[in-house]
Design a protein around this ligand. Structure first.
Ligand code: ATP
Ligand code: MG
Length: 774
């Protein structure tokens, strides 16, 4: 324990040993910021600081768990579990449960996930008879969400003409009414959405000075990781809680701020020094994660951003291999390239599956990767996308469980009142909703009193409704004497949910049953873990709290060796020996939706910086020449970010696509930008390798000598003109030599079936295929 401080360099040790006061550690990727937080907590504990008085806020709950484990190893006792550690949402959900009554909420309030929230909004839009093409529920949801994150309550909204006018200008003048109805419905259902967890915490701390004082006194030491991505609401919470003792330590990297689109405010980190007295600023410069080549390449990228703090990042690690850039024809080929490459690397370097990550800009890109990995029998795991807990059958079970804890939960009720089918039709449900709104009661309460209200429901249906309420009531009783696993097993049997899926008999139905079994397995583990803790007993309420806030990264099982697939956003803070950043194409990365202003483009560039800096040993950048997007096959161009990397750090495995030189941006929309830079993009070919001894290079040189039969721009392609016919011997950069066995289609659609030495039989669209006649 004494020598753990020796596992830090001098620059890292300084903020660890600085016990009191406000401090900020600003440093580039991989320089040990998260490590500093971890060691600092261990150090505080070794000085006798009570772990109950330390609050550490992390980006994922998984990060919190890992930190706790590491701290327990260092301080060598089990006190670490008493630390207040987790994401903003999970920590403050816990506090809100203690204090819920002050805000008029039940302590067992439900946490609505995004799907629940959007479903409430959709219902409101329908009830208000608004045009759903104008009031798009997802957009309405994100607008309301951003109001909440800026602490604009319904009342604040209506008293601010700027906001009401802005929404009127945006042709959604009734947004405020929707917002109001949404808040009322959530309240009536005893539910908070994700944003409420922060908004209500702020409300709690501002409206109740005694509550604020209590938590200020409790949290003597506050630490925040990834501070650059905190939003206004989070900022205010941290500020309020740390105001008394001012023992606050935040770490972050402005170059990795990537959540502005969700309200993260980079000014929080930039202005930190103004917020507290005598702030100590620490900088770390040495990167321990990546090779020199990766660190330098990442530096050469981020330098292109104008808005940034100047930072030095260097590493004493090996030079390492160059970043490999690969082009393919289609996204399917891209997947196959990545999968084969992983396969070979595993063989050649004795790597594990878990050493690899495939990162993409959008979730939709995972499919091609998955297909290729499956064909090669490489186990993988997708993070993000539709998470386990969002699957239909799981949500069905969870809805019953939610009702047990909070019968007012309307989203849960609507989901299962007639599933499995029990003869309660939508007309009946509508009548109950109307009555609930009329009496200002929950649907469940209306159903409990169905005998006393005249809803024009026939007696058969009444009995069905009563049976349903009785079923839930009986679950509530059973739950009192059960742990989470027992009650869930009981509920899945009693409701007939599993029976229903068995009846289905299709492979999907079986997969669903397996998922429910997986849920039960997870619960059993959870219960066992919880029972070891002093202040927990594995109850359903504890489990549901965990689930409501689980992100995919949190549910990872450590014992599985799998390739990780995730969006770049999700990869923040993580590291892998081998990283593939796929879909490096204009309009995809940078995203076509984020190029209209300089600040959006800079955020995309930071995102790319995050992607690249996840790699320890080797990074790959791949792109394809054509890709299906929005249901259409489009010609793709390599991402500008590839060109922006200093060419000396790159190795092209394939000749880079020649540009069509269309200006990629309408530079006029960039007022303060150096326009010449934007328009005068260097021809990419100029970046291609000049002197490398690799065999790829030999291949390239050879290809350059041969006259290409087609180019990407050649829309009026004709096989005859290109001198291609059945029997012609051709060479392809990746598949090697091959003979054409068939030609079909005309013009731009001409395809050739070619039997390749390396690749077997392939059908290529000649317009794209880089073939050379031998
Ligand atoms: P990011 O910006 O990506 O979140 P970070 O600054 O939080 O990165 P860490 O994740 O803390 O960096 O550290 C990067 C890697 O370097 C980790 O594997 C960490 O264990 C290792 N590392 C950091 N400092 C040292 C050190 N002094 N000695 C050995 N390894 C170190
Ligand atoms: Mg970190």
């Amino acid at each position: 324990m004494q020598n753990y401080l020796e596992q830090l360099n001098d620059a890292q040790r300084a903020p660890v040993l600085q016990k009191d006061g406000a401090m900020i550690v600003i440093a580039g990727a991989g320089s040990g910021k998260t490590r500093v937080l971890t060691f600092r907590i261990a150090y505080l504990m070794s000085l006798g600081v009570d772990p109950f008085s330390i609050l550490a806020l992390t980006f994922t709950n998984k990060a919190a768990r890992e930190m706790k484990k590491r701290i327990a190893q260092i301080v060598g006792n089990s006190e670490a579990k008493n630390l207040w550690m987790g994401t903003f949402h999970s920590v403050f959900a816990k506090i809100l449960r203690f204090e819920a009554d002050k805000l008029g909420y039940p302590s067992n309030f439900t946490i609505y996930d995004t799907q629940d929230s959007q479903s409430v909004i959709r219902a409101i839009i329908k009830d208000m008879h608004l045009d759903k093409d104008i009031y798009k529920y997802k957009q309405v949801y994100s607008r309301i969400s951003s109001y909440k994150n800026s602490l604009i309550t319904v009342k604040a909204y209506f008293s601010n003409p700027d906001l009401t006018e802005a929404d009127a200008m945006a042709k959604i003048p009734r947004l405020g009414e929707i917002y109001k109805a949404y808040v009322e419905r959530c309240f009536k259902a005893g539910a908070m959405d994700f944003d409420d967890l922060l908004l209500k915490t702020n409300e709690l701390l501002t409206r109740f000075p005694e509550v604020l004082a209590k938590y200020q006194n409790r949290f003597r030491y506050i630490l925040v990781d990834e501070y650059q991505d905190t939003n206004h609401s989070q900022y205010l919470i941290v500020k309020a809680l740390s105001d008394k003792f001012q023992n606050i330590c935040v770490v972050g990297d402005d170059a990795q701020s990537i959540y502005a689109f969700r309200g993260a405010n980079i000014n929080n980190i930039l202005n930190f020094q103004k917020d507290y007295d005598g702030v100590k600023v620490f900088r770390l410069e040495q990167n321990y994660r990546s090779t020199k080549n990766i660190v330098n390449a990442a530096n050469s990228i981020i330098e292109k951003n104008k808005t940034r703090l100047d930072k030095v990042v260097w590493t004493a690690n090996d030079e390492g291999a160059k970043i490999k850039v690969n082009r393919t024809m289609t996204d399917g080929d891209e997947g196959r390239f990545v999968a084969s490459n992983i396969f070979e690397t595993k063989m050649n370097e004795q790597a594990q599956n878990g050493d690899f990550a495939i990162l993409y800009r959008t979730n939709a890109q995972s499919r091609a990767m998955e297909d290729a990995l499956r064909k090669k029998d490489i186990p993988y795991r997708i993070y993000g996308g539709l998470s386990f807990y969002q699957r239909k059958e799981i949500k069905d079970v969870l809805s019953y469980l939610r009702l047990i804890l909070n019968p007012k939960d309307e989203e849960a009720l609507k989901r299962v009142i007639n599933y499995p089918a029990r003869g309660i039709g939508s007309t009946t449900i509508d009548k109950i909703i109307v009555a609930a709104n009329h009496y200002g009661r929950s649907m469940f309460e209306v159903m409990q009193n169905i005998d006393k209200i005249d809803l024009k429901i026939n007696s058969g249906t009444k009995t069905k409704l009563q049976n349903f309420t009785m079923l839930i009531e009986s679950f509530r009783v059973t739950n009192e004497a059960s742990d989470a696993f027992q009650i869930t097993e009981y509920v899945s049997k009693k409701t007939g949910l599993v029976q229903e899926l068995k009846k289905d008999g299709t492979p999907e139905g079986i997969a669903r049953i397996e998922n429910i079994e997986e849920l039960l397995n997870g619960m059993r583990d959870f219960v066992e873990e919880q029972k070891e803790l002093a202040d927990a007993n594995g109850s359903l309420a504890e489990f549901m709290e965990d689930v409501a806030l689980a992100t995919d990264l949190d549910n990872e099982k450590g014992d599985e060796d799998r390739v990780a697939l995730m969006t770049v956003h999700l990869a923040k803070g993580l590291e892998f020996p081998y990283v593939y950043v796929v879909g490096m194409e204009e309009d995809l990365f940078p995203s076509g939706m984020s190029m209209s202003t300089r600040s959006e483009l800079e955020e995309e560039r930071r995102l790319f910086y995050v992607a690249l800096t996840r790699a320890e040993k080797q990074a790959y950048l791949t792109y394809t020449q054509s890709r299906y997007r929005w249901g259409k096959l489009i010609d793709a161009e390599p991402s500008r970010f590839i060109e922006e990397i200093d060419a000396s750090y790159l190795e092209y495995l394939t000749p880079i696509t020649e540009h069509r030189y269309k200006p990629l941006l309408d530079a006029d929309i960039f007022d303060e930008v150096d326009k010449s830079k934007l328009r005068m993009r260097k021809p990419v070919a100029g970046n291609a390798p000049t002197a490398s001894k690799s065999s790829t290079e030999d291949q390239l040189r050879k290809l350059r000598r041969l006259k290409p039969v087609t180019s990407d721009t050649d829309k009026n392609f004709s096989a005859e003109e290109a001198n291609l016919k059945v029997g012609t011997l051709v060479e392809h950069v990746r598949f090697g030599k091959g003979r054409i066995s068939k030609i079909e289609g005309i013009g731009a659609d001409t395809k050739a079936e070619i039997n390749f030495e390396n690749g077997g039989l392939k059908k290529l669209l000649l317009r794209f295929a880089k073939l050379n006649v031998l």
